[in-house]
Each structure stands twice: as C-alpha cells, then as structure tokens.
Write a protein that binds this ligand. Sequence first.
Ligand code: NAD
Ligand code: 2HG
Length: 386
Amino acid sequence: MIKIQTLNNISKNGINEFPIQNYTIENDMNEPDGILLRSYSMHEMNIPESVKAIARAGAGVNNIPIDDCTARGIVVFNTPGANANAVKELVLTSLLLSSRRILEGVEWTRSLFGESNITKIVEAGKKEYAGVEIAGKKLGIIGLGAIGALVANDALALDMEVYGYDPYISVDTAWRLSRNVQRIDNLEEIFSTCDYITIHVPLTNETNRFVNEKLLSLMKKGSRLLNFSRAELVDDAALENALNDGTVGVYVTDFPNEKVIGMQNVIPIPHLGASTKESEENCARMAAKQLKNYLETGNIKNSVNFPNVELPYTGKKRITISHKNIPNMVGQITGLLAKYHVNIADMLNRSKGAYAYTMIDLDDMINEQVEQYIKQIEGVISVRII
Ligand SMILES: NC(=O)c1ccc[n+]([C@@H]2O[C@H](COP(=O)([O-])OP(=O)(O)OC[C@H]3O[C@@H](n4cnc5c(N)ncnc54)[C@H](O)[C@@H]3O)[C@@H](O)[C@H]2O)c1
Ligand SMILES: O=C(O)CC[C@@H](O)C(=O)O
C-alpha cells in the first residue's frame, strides 16, 4: 500500500485520484510516502524519513520548508494556475468593493430592520455611500503570472488602464497577456502612477515586506491597495501610517493579521481567494495526479524544487536518483551500472539550479548492493527503485 497523509481537507475529486486498492489516505498516519496539503504550515513539523514527495493543492509554497526538502531529495509540487480564476474573480470583486461603499451601505441597510418607511430612509441616507467608478482608472499589477495576467486582461475589458510590473515574466504568460497592458520596469513608477495596485507575487526573501514606507509614500492620495498574495509582502507599520494619513484610501487583504484587522479602511477577507468549488477541485485533482504519477513512475511535473522529467513508463525496472548538479554524476552512476553488468534501456537527466534528477530504465534487475553503491556516490541525495 502507498501511504498518503493529508494535512488539510482535500476535495474528494483529488482523493479519488488514488485507487483505494493501492493507497491508504489519512490525515494522521506514520511513515507516509507522500503528503497532500493546502495552507497547513509544515515549518514546525518533523517530516518523516519515509516522505518522498509533497503536493501543495495551490500556488504558494511558503508554508513548506523547500530548502530542507530539496536537500533531502523530497520533491515538492504545486498546482500552477489551478486556482487563478477563483482569485481573479475575487480581485475584480475587490476593485469594486474598494470603490463603491457597498459593504458599509449593506451593513447600514441591515441595521434598518424593524423601521417603517425603509424606502424613504434608504433614499435619504444613500448619499453617505456614494463611490467612484473603476473605468478609466489606472490599475498597476505587480506579478504577471497565472493570476496577474487574468486580472490584467479582464481589467482592460472593464475599461481600466492597465500597467504591469514583472521582471521575471515567463514566455507563456507574456503570450497570454493583452498587448494593451503597459509594461513598467520599476516599482516606483507603478506606485506613483496608479490609482489601484494589486499584488500577485510569491512570498520570497526578495518580496518579503517589499511594500514598504518608501513605496507607499509615492502613492497618490486615496489609492487602493489589494493584497491577495501573502500578508508578509506588506510592511504593517508603514501600511498603518499610509492608511492613517489617507495615502492608502482602502486596503483589501485576503490575509488579515492581528495588526491589520484593527486598522481603518481595511477590507479584511478570510483567505477566500481560492475558496470556490471549482478551484478546490482543480487544485486537489492536479496535486493528487502529480503526486501519484511521481510515486508510481518517478516522472516529475510542476515541481518547485526539482526539474520536470518525463520518460514514458514501460514497466521495466526504473531507478531514479536525486543528486547535486555537479560534474560527472551521470558518468559515475552509469559507470557503476556498467561495472555490475546492468544494461541501460533508456535514461534522462535534467537539472534545476543546484540540484538534478536522473532516471534510468534498466534491462536487468538491480541488486541491493548496487543500489547501496549508487547511494554512496558523493553528491547523491536519494535513490528510488520503481
Ligand atoms: N489568496 C489566495 O487564495 C491565493 C491563491 C493563489 C495564489 N495566491 C498567492 O498569489 C501568488 C501568485 O500566484 P500565481 O498563481 O499568479 O503565481 P505565478 O507563479 O503564476 O505568478 C507569480 C508571478 O510573480 C512574478 N514575480 C516573482 N517575483 C517577483 C518580483 N519580485 N516582482 C515582480 N514579479 C515577481 C513571477 O515572475 C510570476 O510571473 C502565489 O505565490 C500565492 O502567494 C493566493
Ligand atoms: O488553499 C487555499 O485555500 C489557498 C491557496 C492559496 O493561498 C495559494 O497560494 O494557492
């Protein structure tokens, strides 16, 4: 039995990807082969030795200790784009929520329950809740990946002027992006030009608290800032000052924390960006498929720490090796196989940064001794025989 531990509730569509005759799936188990999760933080967890792969049903992987996993040869997957439409729809909603005083107006209207003459009171009081339109306004998008690109294209359709900043944009996204999105090469210009700014970058050492006092001070008075990416991207103290002096007119965040929730003109959303039936199903299915494929065949698709590797699985014995991306690893591995008269039917070697992955299909069975010898090669991190 292959054992999968779930650390969050995972949509049934994902769980159903694992045939029950071959898999045990539980949220509390010993020695799992794979882990499936959403936002659960694994940073404080002792990841068991048995774990070969972790699949995040979602985009952000800052809840997983990636460097430790990589050093142990644990392949970490995410589900690029699988929840992007859900987030995009909530971002578009939030552009409007931050412009029209809908939430306050609804709250006030609800408070009128029990009054007579509601129609009259509503007509008299509605002037308090007037807003502005988004059409014709400038929207700055920081990060033009799966979500940012969808937001950009739809904001154009809503007649906004769209400015995009992404120094690492992928070729695929660049193709999907409307050419009416205006490319901006520095954050300062985005912050000083736009009426609305929305953030769609991963949380990394580079992006941690990048929205700081200096950038916020460049904003036009009353601008709207939307954060559907991660709380830590914004410096809370600088944000509080900018909200208090009116530079930021409204801050919409999908990641409220103890400080931000008490600040004025904040619309706190309880991390609902990806919480739609469709997105939860998409992410769960994609994560489960990738995890199952890796555990059964060694093939890798959409890993954040190891390269994509796809060699059709023929049922022959397969050996997969995670190792450092240094010279002569493949030479040493194939040399060992030759020394013990093991014939190679097919093989593939790919690298990603400092790490690499080699997959070899064999014509002959390999004995445990040879497997041990491969494990002992300097630079080899983990070896699996499938
Ligand atoms: N609120 C939610 O429920 C929810 C759901 C999905 C994703 N997210 C968050 O949104 C983030 C983006 O998601 P995505 O699916 O669009 O990811 P993505 O990987 O498709 O896109 C991220 C983009 O950010 C760009 N980028 C990276 N560093 C940058 C930097 N320093 N400056 C500017 N651009 C930079 C990348 O080039 C890429 O194009 C995720 O990392 C996650 O933190 C939140
Ligand atoms: O699983 C979720 O609900 C949120 C996922 C989201 O934060 C992501 O990064 O994909």
